[in-house]
Design a protein around this ligand. Structure first.
Ligand SMILES: [Zn+2]
Length: 271
């Protein structure tokens, strides 16, 4: 199983999970935060059509995760099901996708070769959703748009081979930014986004629980209040022994393929 982050950040989020099994290819998309035209082009470059996806997992309905263009761009034929929490039940209709097929993720969902679990994350009024995807001995976690690490998240992510985790902002850059105070409070107030330090603390907690992922890819860096250099510096300061496992997803360019299998423990296995 491998992950390619297609885009990450407030300008749009989408990622592709691909598994080859039994001579067949199975694909899951996480989030629809790019325009239909752009996302279809990126999927085509990965060798799959939207109509060929096993499902789309939707973290939440914000426009950077569900682009408004899908109201008109969603296929009427052969559309994949959209997987979401029951708490997000009104999201598709509100986004103009009332005709989409939905699958609820309450406990666990089997979708072809994938076993999918979800957990509510504290984010604005409706929350976001963390996903864990397992297939055979491969496993990955997808955790973004959360103001803090909620109870149950460490248990859900225990033992994932690959962890994709939000590392949204550097607190001093946030404080010093020209953003209005109410926006700063929203982001840092526990129902906004995860800081670099909070992301590192979560990975360290997994490490202490003997559940360190082989690879960590950081998501959703703020353009105004974060920078890859600042993130690297924080990892070297707070978790130097873990820093070589960490990658940063680019904002607008698809990432390298990241493997969610045990083999990825060797750095040379990426590509
Ligand atoms: Zn977002």
């Amino acid at each position: 199983m491998r992950l390619r982050v297609l885009a990450s950040g407030s300008s749009g989020n989408a990622a592709l999970v691909t598994l080859h099994e039994g001579g067949r290819r199975h694909d899951l998309l996480i989030d629809l935060g790019l325009s239909p035209r752009r996302l279809r082009g990126l999927l085509r470059a990965e060798g799959v059509d939207l109509e060929g996806l096993a499902a789309v997992l939707l973290t939440h309905g914000d426009v950077d995760h569900l682009h408004p263009g899908w109201a008109r761009g969603w296929p009427s034929l052969l559309a994949p099901p959209i997987v979401l929490r029951p708490g997000h039940g009104s999201v598709p209709a509100r986004a103009g996708l009332a005709h989409a097929t939905t699958r609820w993720i309450a406990d666990e969902l089997e979708l072809g070769p994938f076993r999918i679990r979800g957990l509510e994350l504290p984010h604005d009024a409706e929350g976001s959703t963390a996903f864990r995807i397992d297939a055979g001995d491969a496993s990955l976690g997808w955790v973004t748009d959360l103001g803090r690490v909620p109870e149950g998240l460490a248990a859900l992510m225990h033992g994932v081979r690959l962890l994709a985790l939000e590392s949204n902002y550097d607190p001093p850059m946030q404080q010093a930014s020209a953003r209005p105070e109410h926006l700063k409070r929203r982001i840092m107030g526990g129902r906004g986004h995860l800081s670099n330090e909070q992301a590192i603390a979560f990975v360290r907690a997994l490490h202490q629980a003997d559940a360190l992922p082989g690879r960590i890819v950081l998501l959703h860096l703020s353009e105004q209040c974060n920078h890859p250099e600042v993130v690297h510096e924080a990892w070297l300061r707070l978790a130097p022994e873990l820093a070589d496992r960490m990658r940063i997803a680019e904002r607008r360019t698809p990432s390298e393929a990241l493997f969610a299998t045990p083999a990825d423990l060797a750095p040379s296995a990426t590509g």
